[in-house]
Design a protein. Structure first.
Length: 476
C-alpha cells in the first residue's frame, strides 16, 4: 500500500534583542558560563518578571513577516515541568493565548510546483538553561549554564502540510530568509539561534486518518532536518509494513550514524495561566506602525527584479535571497551597470571570491561603488576578464576605486582602433606566410596573428576588437 507522510515542524528562533525576555541581562553568547545572570533569570526568591518591549516588537515583526494575524490580547502561561535547566519549575510560554495565528510560507515542492505551508501559530517563550555533562575523575557531573536562560524566543508551529525531507528543507530556508529580511534574528541552526523539531507520522496515501506521530529532535543544520525526516519516514513505513505499530514517542537524530534513536521523554505537566505576567495588548495602530517597519519581502522583491531589471527567474531568486545581497545588487544596478551582467558577476564571481576570503557581502570588504566601477570597466572593455579578476583581488579592503587600480597596474586595454590597426599591420607585415594562409581560408592563421598582436601589446590589446579588425583586413 502506498503511504504518505504528514509532517509538522516546530521552530524555535532566538530573537536578536539586546536583553533577555523578562530581565535586563544581555542576550548574548559567551564562552564563560553564568556571566549574564541576575536574580530573575536564575529565579531567586522575590524575582519579578517584566516583559522586554524590544523582544515583543521583534516577535510581532517576525509574525507580520509571515502574514500572521496578531492577537489583540495574548498572555503567558506557566508550562510546568521539573528539570535542572529550569529552576522555576515552569517555563513562561504562551500556550493558551499565543501572540499570533495563521500565516504561511510558499515553497517550491520537489516537482517544482508551488506549495503552501500554513503556519498554525507563533508564540513567545523564554529559553531554558544549558546543561553540560562532564566527568570529574571517575564521577560524572552535570553543570548548569544560565547565560541562555530567559533568552527571548519565538516558536513557529506549522500545520502538518509538509510531506517529505525536501519540503522541510525548503520551508526552513524560506523561513530563515524572511526572518533575516525582517532583521529580527540571526537564524543559524549551526550556532543554535534556530532549532527545529519535527513531528512525523505516515498514513495510507489519500487517507485523512492519522497514525501515531513521532517527534524528532537534535538536528543542527537544515540538511540534517531533511535527512532526519527522510530516515524517519522510511523507518515508520517499514514498521507498518511488517505489521508493527508506531508508538508516540520522542527520538534524537544522530548525525554521525544518520539514524534516529529513542530518547527518554521529559515529564511535561499542565500549562497554567501566569497571573504575575501582564497581559499583552496590541492595538491596530501599534500593529500598523510595526507593519510599516517591514521591508519589501523576498517574493515581492524577486518579482520586481524580473519586471524592472529584466533578470531571469533564477538570477532574481539569487539576488533576492538575502536582504544584504538584494541591497548590494540594486545599488550596483542603479549606477548604470547592465543589471543582468551585474547579477551574473555578483553570483558567479563576487560570491565565490568573498567565500574564499571568509567575508560577507554586507560588511563592506568590497563596496557596491567599487563593484560598479569594476563592472563599468569590464562592460566597456577597458579591462579584460583576467585583469578584472586581478583588480577584484586588489580591491578588497583597499578603499581604492577599480579605475585607480587599473591605472596603477597599467591594466587598461588598448581599445583605440587606430592603435590596434597599426599593431595588426605590423604583425601582418612580419608574417606574410600566415597572412597568405588566412586569405586561403585557414582559420588557425587568424588565431596565430591575433596571438602575436596580443603578445606584442603586452596583453593589453582588446582581443575582440583585434579579431574584428583582422576580419576586415583579410577580406579579399
Ligand atoms: Zn537576568
Amino acid at each position: 500500500m502506498p503511504y504518505e507522510a504528514v509532517i509538522g515542524l516546530e521552530i524555535h528562533v532566538q530573537l536578536n534583542s539586546p536583553t533577555k525576555l523578562f530581565c535586563d541581562c544581555a542576550n548574548a553568547f559567551t564562552e564563560k558560563a553564568n556571566v549574564h545572570i541576575c536574580p530573575t533569570c536564575i529565579w531567586l526568591p522575590g524575582a519579578v518578571v517584566q516583559l522586554s518591549g524590544d523582544a515583543l516588537e521583534k516577535a510581532a515583526l517576525t509574525c507580520l513577516a509571515f502574514g500572521c494575524d496578531i492577537s489583540e490580547r495574548s498572555a503567558f502561561d506557566q508550562k510546568v515541568y521539573y528539570y535542572p535547566d529550569l529552576p522555576k519549575g515552569y517555563q513562561l510560554s504562551q500556550h493558551h493565548r499565543p501572540l499570533a495565528t495563521g500565516g504561511w510560507v510558499d515553497i517550491a515542492a520537489e516537482d517544482g510546483s508551488e506549495r503552501r505551508i500554513r503556519i498554525h501559530h507563533i508564540h513567545m517563550e523564554e529559553d531554558v538553561a544549558r546543561l553540560v555533562h562532564e566527568t570529574e575523575g571517575r564521577r560524572r557531573i552535570g553543570l548548569v549554564d544560565f547565560n541562555r536562560a530567559g533568552a527571548p524566543l519565538v516558536e513557529i508551529v506549522t500545520e502538518p502540510d509538509i510531506r517529505n525531507g525536501h519540503d522541510a528543507m525548503a520551508f526552513l530556508r524560506a523561513l530563515r530568509t524572511r526572518i533575516r529580511y525582517a532583521k529580527t534574528a540571526e537564524c543559524s541552526m549551526e550556532s543554535g539561534t534556530m532549532r527545529c523539531d519535527a513531528n512525523i507520522s505516515i498514513r495510507p496515501a489519500g487517507s485523512d486518518r492519522f497514525f501515531s506521530k513521532v517527534e524528532v529532535k537534535n538536528m543542527n543544520s537544515v540538511r540534517a532536518v531533511g535527512n532526519a525526516v527522510t530516515y524517519e519516514i522510511s523507518r515508520q513505513q517499514k514498521l507498518i509494513e511488517s505489521g508493527e505499530a508506531v508508538v508516540t514517542h520522542t527520538r534524537l537524530w544522530d548525525p554521525d550514524k544518520n539514524v534516529t534513536t529513542p530518547m527518554r521523554d521529559k515529564f511535561e505537566g499542565p500549562c497554567i495561566p501566569d497571573p504575575a505576567v501582564a497581559e499583552i495588548l496590541m492595538d491596530e495602530k501599534r500593529i500598523e506602525a510595526l507593519r510599516k517597519q517591514l521591508p519589501e519581502m523576498p517574493s515581492a522583491k524577486k518579482e520586481r527584479f524580473v519586471r524592472d531589471y529584466g533578470l531571469g527567474g533564477e538570477e532574481a531568486s539569487l539576488m533576492s535571497a538575502e536582504r544584504d545581497v538584494a541591497d548590494y545588487f540594486e545599488t550596483v544596478a542603479e549606477k548604470g551597470v547592465n543589471a543582468r551582467f551585474a547579477a551574473q558577476w555578483i553570483s558567479g564571481r563576487l560570491f565565490p571570491f568573498l567565500k574564499e576570503k571568509n567575508r560577507e557581502i554586507g560588511e563592506g570588504a568590497i563596496t557596491a561603488d567599487q563593484a560598479a566601477g569594476l563592472l563599468g570597466l569590464l562592460e566597456n572593455e577597458s579591462v579584460n576578464a583576467k585583469q578584472g579578476r586581478e583588480i577584484l583581488a586588489l580591491l578588497i579592503d583597499s578603499g581604492k576605486s577599480a579605475s585607480d587600480i587599473a591605472d596603477e597596474k597599467g591594466y587598461r586595454q588598448i581599445t583605440s582602433r587606430d592603435e590596434l590597426s597599426a599593431l595588426l599591420d605590423a604583425v601582418m607585415a612580419e608574417n606574410p606566410d600566415a597572412v597568405a594562409n588566412l586569405r586561403a581560408g585557414k582559420k588557425q592563421a587568424s588565431g596565430f596573428i591575433i596571438g602575436q598582436a596580443m603578445q606584442q601589446s603586452g596583453g593589453k590589446a582588446n582581443p575582440k576588437m583585434l579579431s574584428e579588425l583582422l576580419a576586415e583586413k583579410s577580406k579579399p
